[in-house]
Design a protein around this ligand. Sequence first.
Ligand code: SF4
Ligand code: F3S
Length: 106
Amino acid sequence: AFVVTDNCIKCKYTDCVAVCPADAFFAGPNFLVISPTACIDCALCEPECPAQAIYQQDALPPGQEDFLQLNAELSEIWPNITEVEPAPADADVWNGVPDKLKYLQT
Ligand code: SF4
Ligand code: F3S
């Protein structure tokens, strides 16, 4: 499956949901995750993310390994999202800020 990683936190552009043919995205207050059971590995979402936060699970950047389990767990709790929503007003300010896991709202 594909995995949403750290840089999505507080950016949450939601461009990814527009292209997903499997409705595999689930949304929290300031982060999205992919359900590993819904994802069909089509790879369409990866280039759509303005924050470059989406990776195939076997190609996660160093330090992003914990997001594999986080996507699996939170996708069981959060509601499905299938429509693009406006990004937070300060999304561009947070794009590229490292180590945003401490800001994750659940
Ligand atoms: Fe959806 Fe394809 Fe991305 Fe999986 S890889 S989350 S199926 S767009
Ligand atoms: Fe997050 Fe990128 Fe989607 S910032 S909401 S994974 S478009």
